[in-house]
Write a protein that binds this ligand. Sequence first.
Ligand SMILES: Cc1cc2nc3c(=O)[nH]c(=O)nc-3n(C[C@H](O)[C@H](O)[C@H](O)COP(=O)(O)OP(=O)(O)OC[C@H]3O[C@@H](n4cnc5c(N)ncnc54)[C@H](O)[C@@H]3O)c2cc1C
Length: 407
Amino acid sequence: MASVAKHIMMPKAATPLPAPNVDFYELAETLPAEEQAVLKQVRTFMETMVAPIITKYWVEDAFPFELLPAIKELNIGGVGWKGYGCRGGSGLLAGLVAMEMARFDASISTFSAVHSGLAMGSIYLGGSEEQKQKWLPPMARLEKIGCFGLTEPLTGSGASRGLTTTAKREGNTWIINGQKKWIGNAPWCDVSVIWARDPADDQVKGFIVENKTTPGFKVEKIQNKIALKVVQNGLITMENCRIPEENRLQEDKSFRDTARVLKMTRYMVAWEATGCAMGAYENALKYAQERLQFGKPIGSFQLVQDLIAKMLANITASQCLVVRTAQLEAEGKLTDAHAALAKAFCTAKCRETVAWARELLGGNGIVADYNVARFFADAEALYSYEGTYQMQNMIVGKAVTGLSAFV
Ligand SMILES: Cc1cc2nc3c(=O)[nH]c(=O)nc-3n(C[C@H](O)[C@H](O)[C@H](O)COP(=O)(O)OP(=O)(O)OC[C@H]3O[C@@H](n4cnc5c(N)ncnc54)[C@H](O)[C@@H]3O)c2cc1C
């Protein structure tokens, strides 16, 4: 990548300017000391190993497999889940880890959230004791990487009622047929949690499928994405895949159980969106301190400071909201509507914030080398995945009005 500084730097200011502070209300202080140490480890990893190389991978649509050994070392597989070799820790820690990762790169945080949250969470919440014992420890160690297959080419927002992938029982075997679209990590991972409708009782059931050894299971990488380009998303096609009954998630009875997983992971997207906005803000603020126009740093202009203050306000409001969401979760009070409101608000504020950051860089804001365009584009995926803005607001609307807008 070209040197960024030489294109924007003019003479240094006489007195050093403050470094960006994205934890304006000191929320990280509320974490216990041992969890702050985990967070610091994640920050150091993202800062020293991910930040220097990630733009190149993003531009090339490639996943940095070279980072996997260091990610394993972080021991954050299954952060927030207790037992079965998982990291454990509070929901607040899980959220702050997701936020810290996304602050440097939303693709790496998405990779981690799909594996630890969606895939491991499905097994943690819906698996039998034996299934948890068998699958979670190797996944926690990142020896087996997982994905989560719910969305289909023709069924996205309407997945609760419209899944066309079928699972038909024949003795102790299930025969799965259908397609799953957009599935993060699928082109290279080991284990898929696949959601399919059982025509016998018309209920959605979850299955653990081994990607590399199941005949009839194929994955094509989705090409030409403009957001989260580092995450490898797949179109999965299953033709008469034979899955043993022991791989059906034994505690899951209907889509309500799928929704339990989504409640947890949706509010994690709120954390990721907050992190994505923080990353864009930090880079834009540094730029505003260094870039001169009319002989002065652009950060000294009133209208630029207005943008900077509005970005920080969005970020701080989102941080306060996700921290409270984690407290509700810890108290066992988190509802679908709480999670939906957090996801909708934080992703919308992220989208607004990254657009202001991009604007602040002028033309350089659309060039990947300047470290804002990546956040700007990635926010679009955060806004739409795990339930669009409209779907979240309909969940909130139903809860507060008592009237369902779902058809
Ligand atoms: C980068 C990325 C990664 C993803 N990773 C995964 C993954 O790992 N696993 C997985 O299963 N899925 C994944 N998804 C899928 C994602 O969850 C869906 O894209 C999302 O739920 C929206 O579905 P859709 O794209 O089919 O849009 P649609 O459902 O077709 O919606 C299109 C538009 O119509 C609006 N709309 C739909 N119905 C209504 C309504 N009743 N009222 C008002 N507006 C409505 C939506 O809000 C949206 O604006 C991923 C998607 C992306 C982009």
